[in-house]
Ligand binder design. Structure first.
Ligand code: FE2
Ligand code: FE2
Length: 193
C-alpha cells in the first residue's frame, strides 16, 4: 500500500480501540501537526504559487480534521488531553536532510510530509477495517481517502520542483528507512504508536 514496506499488524487496532480517549487525543494533535507542517512549507517556499495554493487547502483540511476529531471527543464526554509526543515522527524528522542546498532541504521536507501521510493513511485503513465502533469505522475510512490525496500532492511537488535530487531514488530511501523504523511500533494506542 502506497509503497510501504511493512503493513501494520491488525491487532494494533484492538489496542487502539481499547483506549479510544487516548487514540482520539493523539490523533487530534497529529492533525494539528500536519496543518503546522503545511504552513511551514508554505512560509519557506512562497515563490511557488501552485504549491502555496494547494498546501493552503491541505492546512485548512487538516484543521477541519482536527475539529472533527475534537467534536467526537466532546460528544463522547472525553477530554482532549495535552499534546502527545510522536516518537515515530521525531525519528523521521531526524532522517530528513537539513543540510545541502535550499532546494535539497525543500524536497526532503516534502518527502517527510508524504511519508507521514502514507503511514497515517495506512493506520486509518487498519482502524476502519478492524474496529467495531460503527461511527469511527466510517470516520477513519473517509480520513484514509483524504490523507492518500495529501500524500499524492506532496510527492507531486517534490517531483515538480526538484533541481538536483533524484526523487524516486530518495523516496525509496525514505521507504526503506521507514520500513525498518515501523518495526518497533504497533504496540501503543497512538496513531503512529
Ligand atoms: Fe488529516
Ligand atoms: Fe494529511
Amino acid at each position: 500500500m502506497l509503497g510501504l514496506k511493512l503493513l501494520t499488524d491488525p491487532r494494533w487496532a484492538n489496542i487502539a480501540e481499547s483506549n479510544l480517549e487516548e487514540i482520539l487525543t493523539d490523533h487530534c494533535w497529529c492533525e494539528q501537526k500536519a496543518a503546522t507542517n503545511a504552513i511551514t512549507i508554505i512560509a519557506y517556499n512562497s515563490e511557488h504559487e501552485d504549491l502555496v495554493t494547494e498546501l493552503t487547502d491541505i492546512a485548512i483540511e487538516e484543521m477541519e480534521h482536527f475539529k472533527m476529531v475534537h467534536e467526537i471527543i466532546k460528544k463522547r464526554g472525553y477530554a482532549l488531553g495535552r499534546e502527545r509526543k510522536d516518537d515515530y515522527v521525531n525519528q523521521l524528522y531526524k532522517f530528513m536532510k537539513k543540510d545541502g542546498s535550499r532546494n535539497d532541504a525543500f524536497i526532503d521536507r516534502l518527502l517527510f510530509a508524504a511519508m507521514i501521510e502514507a503511514r497515517s493513511c495506512e493506520r486509518f485503513r487498519v482502524l476502519s477495517q478492524n474496529i467495531d465502533d460503527e461511527e469511527l469505522k466510517k470516520f477513519y475510512y473517509d480520513l484514509m481517502v483524504s490523507e492518500a490525496n495529501h500524500y499524492t500532492i506532496f510527492l507531486k511537488y517534490a517531483r515538480k520542483y526538484t533541481e538536483k535530487v533524484d526523487v524516486d531514488k530518495r523516496w525509496s530511501e525514505w521507504l526503506e528507512f521507514e520500513g525498518n523504523l515501523i518495526q518497533s511500533y504497533g504496540t501503543k494506542e497512538h496513531i503512529h504508536g
